[in-house]
Design a protein around this ligand. Structure first.
Ligand code: GLN
Length: 464
């Protein structure tokens, strides 16, 4: 199985293909210089954003699918002059942390000469395209770390905003209570410019934050802002010091903390005990939502089908659906559908409920350590001695080769899930988070819900 999957990757690998980062490549368009805010920037989309191109989610099941409409995020980029360059490879339906779970083969990492290291996932193609300099930025999705982790492995910036900031309308759902649209780029100016375009209410997305809430978030943000150039209070959550963390990644974290301290910021050791239960809570909630979302793919109305729909005998329709799904979905997606349906069944007892309780407790604990109140769940009292941001590494170890990654996964699939240990807490709590390159590794910065402003400022302190 292992060698077969590596071969699949090699067959698809083609150096003209920018590290197998692309699923589709429309012909080039010259950048326009028409005064629109993004008109000098080229971009790609992870292949789970609908637009006029095909949208496959790197799945055989959607390999022939063309959407009749475009995602709000894609339309906003186009309206503001962004130059579309193609759709990016990804883990099938966003499930994975290595981009090896793709019907089109793995994406490889341009940062490494040897050409056989993972790009990270699930937005691996997006990170590879940005890292290789093929485009200025790419949109990915981050449900549990899928923008931050590949950004970390490929040496670029990967930002996910607070849940509800950027419209998810027209983006294929994986786990809708966690899914966010994220931005990958090589510099903060581009990240902030693109975010400025996308950060708005969309009436088509019921989870998009309404304008009134955005205004209130901004006033809370301003009220607790220590002021540009003033020292920040930076929290170091001790629960991120996991046993899986490599000595290099621990060293990198320490180094960033020392650098911030030298700049005059206040460093505070803090504790968020529920971080320890986050991984299991995430995989319970995410698979339950995924099983329910993916039940719509039957291959009858659209997508891959064994037989032409007009030939379908109604007596055998459920057998045909089962066949379409068994042949159309890859092994990781099938595993998650099984896990999710089990969680949602009465046989599983109260796993789902427990996971939602962990999530609630986690939000409560994050609220207890930030200076800024959580407008959605708290009173509006600021905590004077609270933290402005938290920092941790983004990934637990070095970038593995594709072969190493698959071997570890074959030993125990939980090894792959452990890659998400450091990114999942912010996702579960809906917090904004960013991964920025630091030395040869990367640092993750997190802030309170709705407080992207301070996240960007802290990132610039480290990047400048
Ligand atoms: N690796 C995580 C998962 O497979 C996160 C994926 C994501 O953020 N889309 O669920």
């Amino acid at each position: 199985m292992l060698s077969r999957r590596v071969r699949t990757f090699k067959r698809h690998l083609n150096t003209n293909d920018a590290y197998n980062a692309f699923i589709s490549k429309p012909s080039s368009v010259s950048p326009g210089v028409d005064g629109r805010i993004l008109s000098h920037l080229t971009y790609t989309l992870k292949d789970n954003f609908m637009n006029s191109d095909s949208t496959t989610c790197a799945s055989k099941l959607l390999s022939n699918f063309k959407s009749p409409y475009s995602a709000t995020a894609a339309s906003l980029i186009d309206e503001n002059g962004g130059q579309f360059r193609g759709k990016n490879n990804m883990d099938e339906f966003g499930m994975g942390s290595s981009n090896t779970n793709s019907y089109y083969g793995a994406a490889t990492n341009p940062k490494y000469e040897d050409g056989d290291r993972i790009a990270g996932g699930s937005s691996g193609g997006s990170a590879a395209a940005v890292s290789a300099g093929v485009v200025n930025f790419s949109l990915g999705t981050d449900t549990g770390g899928s923008v931050r982790l590949p950004a970390s492995y490929c040496g670029v910036i990967g930002f996910k905003p607070s849940y509800g900031r950027i419209s998810r309308w027209g983006v294929v759902a994986y786990a809708q209570s966690l899914d966010t649209v994220g931005i990958l780029a090589r510099d903060m100016d581009t990240v902030e410019k693109v975010y400025g375009v996308l950060n708005r209410h969309d009436e088509k997305d019921p989870t998009s934050l309404p304008a009134g809430i955005r205004d209130m978030l901004q006033s809370v943000e301003e009220a607790v802002d220590p002021g540009a150039g003033e020292g920040l209070t930076i929290g170091i959550p001790q629960e991120f010091l996991v046993k899986e963390l490599s000595p290099q990644n621990r060293e990198c974290w320490l180094n960033a903390v020392e650098r911030l301290q030298d700049m005059g910021h206040t460093i505070k050791r803090i504790s968020i005990p529920s971080i320890k239960s986050s991984l299991s809570a995430y995989y319970t909630i995410a698979t339950a939502e995924a099983a329910s979302n993916l039940s719509r793919y039957d291959g009858l109305r659209y997508g891959f089908s064994q037989e032409a729909p007009e030939d379908v005998d109604l007596d055998t329709v459920s057998a045909l659906i089962a066949k379409n799904r068994s042949l159309g979905f890859g092994p990781e997606v099938q595993k998650r559908i099984l896990l999710g349906n089990y969680t949602l069944s009465s046989d599983s007892g109260n796993h789902y409920l427990k996971a939602t309780q962990v999530r609630k407790q986690l939000v409560h604990e994050f609220n207890g350590i930030f200076k800024s109140p959580n407008f959605l769940t708290n009173s509006l009292d600021a905590q004077e001695d609270g933290c402005d941001v938290l920092i941790s590494p983004t990934s637990v170890g070095d970038t593995p080769t594709i072969e190493e990654f698959l071997r570890n996964d074959a030993d125990n699939f939980l090894n792959s899930y452990a890659n998400d240990l450091l990114t999942i807490p912010a996702s579960l709590a809906g917090l904004p988070a960013i991964s920025i390159p630091w030395g040869n590794q990367s640092i993750q910065i997190m802030s309170q819900f709705g407080n992207e402003h301070i996240l960007f400022r802290a990132s610039r302190y480290l990047l400048n």
